[in-house]
Design a protein around this ligand. Structure first.
Ligand SMILES: NC(=O)C1=CN([C@@H]2O[C@H](COP(=O)(O)OP(=O)(O)OC[C@H]3O[C@@H](n4cnc5c(N)ncnc54)[C@H](OP(=O)(O)O)[C@@H]3O)[C@@H](O)[C@H]2O)[C@H](O)CC1
Ligand SMILES: [K+]
Length: 516
């Protein structure tokens, strides 16, 4: 499933109309019919419905929906918010068809009191006030109407395309429809995957209105959801002839006197995710503590200074296939020097946490690298690396991630709800698993371990990273679906949930694995 911006959606519409030859009216009819099909399955015949329609084509979709619901015998009122003369183009045509079918329009203007009075008699509101054409802060009377609808908590609200008031591309929200369900036309919009806007969508349902894929390919950048089906399809298959070396020799670098747990979690997660052989490089001061925790790894104690890396690491003798550096290593000059040495190795490198701290000192080395560099910042780290505020990052997660990945030639994993993976050529993948249980210290360390293990087992780095992000979120989902609440889940619980998650994904992918 692809995700689009408002301007891409308009370009897709234009192309479909002008180059492919579908009429605007038929697209609107398809949109209204597709939305109505969902509504007919969900709304009970005894429920009273109000369709609230605005000036634009979102209102036009609403006219079609109101007509279909009435044709099926539903008690439905169509409230037209602007004066009728303001309705133009395809929406005007849809309104004519509605009226020619013998159905009545209720005008908001002049009947404001009646509207407010009626509101409490409805069970269901269909929000066709504003779609992707919203510009600037909400104007009267839309603002007041939306506030009244939101106040009536007993109403079930279905929004068409986007909850009215939400900017399609995401950003700050002052007033917007708080939908129970949003039925999006053809492709989800960015704001369904950024915050705070995503919180207004409720359940998201996408309906197809028959726009050919060619219109999308010609007019939209590559941005897609990475779902369970994609993971099941792309998980690597273990060959019967394989041995421990087949799945890579990985190196995890991290730890310091104050933070011994992070690197242990990274290593455990990597082992649970299929790393063939794993070595941990830790400051020799903390080696005795770390070594008691994991019997399955080899160790490479490094010289330490005040409990942290002193700066030396002998990477030549280690001979590894991929490296993850950062968890708990501290923000010292010694740590910086170790990371710089790591980046000079000709193997894929994952940098997380403290390894991102001295970003400006690494940029030039990273741009010269030929093997993959994978960075996994959370929004706070991303903001620091760019010298902007966290709000700036959150407001434009997609844009910022793309610009950063392309200009530095890295794979960027911008963490958060709906983690975005961006490849060096700017393709973007939105993760669809995970829940607030992951908003806890240690989550990122676990993800780094899974990524390290997956990039060693898969020859496609993008698929490996996307799958790792998905498995991490899915393991947390599995925990809260069974005996955990989102509050009590620990990062170590997530590691323990990796086996069942992989087990179920492999089962789902069994048919693909046979085909390969
Ligand atoms: N392929 C598709 O996706 C299709 C989508 N359809 C639907 O069309 C809308 C987009 O339609 P559009 O007419 O471009 O935009 P809106 O419906 O959102 O309405 C824009 C008008 O709303 C007024 N406006 C804008 N900003 C504000 C504001 N801040 N406050 C109040 N009002 C605002 C403005 O009108 P004025 O005359 O009042 O200036 C805009 O003109 C899309 O979301 C889908 O639902 C098609 O039906 C089928 C194809
Ligand atoms: K809407």
């Amino acid at each position: 499933m692809r995700v689009v911006t408002a301007s891409e959606m308009y370009a897709i519409d234009r192309y479909t109309i002008q180059q492919i030859g579908m009429s605007e009216e038929s697209l609107m009819e398809n949109a209204g019919q597709a939305v109505a099909t969902v509504l007919l399955e969900r709304i009970q015949p005894a429920q009273r419905v109000a369709v609230l329609a605005g000036t634009g084509n979102n209102g036009g979709d609403g006219f079609v929906v109101a007509r279909v619901l009435k044709s099926y015998g539903y008690t439905t009122d169509l409230w037209l918010i602007p004066p009728k003369e303001k309705v133009k183009g395809a929406a005007k045509k849809a309104l004519e068809i509605y009226e020619n079918s013998g159905y009545e329009v209720k005008n908001y203007i002049g009947n404001e009191k009646e509207f407010i009075e009626q509101l409490r008699h409805y069970d269901v509101i269909i929000d066709a006030l504003l779609g992707i054409g919203i510009n600037g802060a909400l104007r009267s009377p839309y603002k007041e109407i939306i506030e009244k609808v939101n106040e009536a908590k007993e109403l079930v609200v279905y929004a068409i395309d986007v909850p009215s008031g939400i900017p399609a591309d995401g950003g700050a929200v002052e007033t917007a429809i708080q939908a129970d369900v949003t039925i999006t036309i053809q492709y989800p919009k960015l704001s369904a995957y950024t915050f705070p806007t995503a919180d207004y969508y409720g359940e998201l349902i996408v309906v197809d209105i028959g726009i050919p894929p060619l219109s999308l390919e010609k007019n939209a950048e590559f941005r897609r959801l990475w779902s369970e089906a994609a993971v099941a399809r792309t998980l690597p298959v273990r060959k019967r002839s394989s041995h421990k070396g087949t799945y890579g020799k990985g190196l995890v670098i991290g730890g310091s006197r104050n933070m011994t747990g992070a690197v242990i979690m990274t290593a455990k997660a990597a082992l649970r995710s299929g790393a063939g052989l794993l070595t941990m490089a830790v400051p020799d001061d903390v080696y005795p503590v770390v070594a008691t925790h994991i019997p399955e790894v080899m160790y490479h104690p490094c010289s330490s200074l005040n409990g942290c890396f002193a700066g030396e690491i002998d990477l030549i003798t280690l001979d590894v296939d991929a490296i993850a550096a950062g968890p708990g290593m501290g923000r010292t000059m010694g740590a910086k020097s170790v990371v710089q040495k790591v980046l000079c190795q000709d193997v894929p490198v994952v940098l997380d946490a403290d390894a991102l701290y001295f970003w400006n000192d690494y940029v030039s080395i990273i741009r010269e690298r030929t093997e993959a560099t994978i960075l996994t910042p959370h929004p706070g780290e991303m903001a620091r690396m760019l010298g902007v505020s966290i709000d700036d990052v959150e407001r434009d997660r997609f844009g910022i991630a793309k610009q950063f990945a392309m200009s530095n030639g890295v794979y960027l994993v911008l963490k958060g709800p709906y983690t975005i993976v961006t490849t060096p050529d700017g393709k973007q993948y939105v993760n669809t698993s995970g829940n607030p249980a992951l908003a806890k210290g240690g989550s990122g360390d676990v993800l780094t371990g899974i990524i390290l293990a997956f990039i060693m087992q898969h020859d496609n780095i993008q698929e490996a990273i996307c799958n790792a992000v998905f498995v991490h979120g899915k393991a947390a989902d599995a925990l809260v679906e069974k005996e955990h609440s989102p509050m009590d889940v620990l990062a170590t619980d997530v590691i323990e949930a990796i086996p069942q998650t992989l087990f179920s994904l492999y089962k789902k992918g069994a048919s693909y694995q046979k085909q390969r």
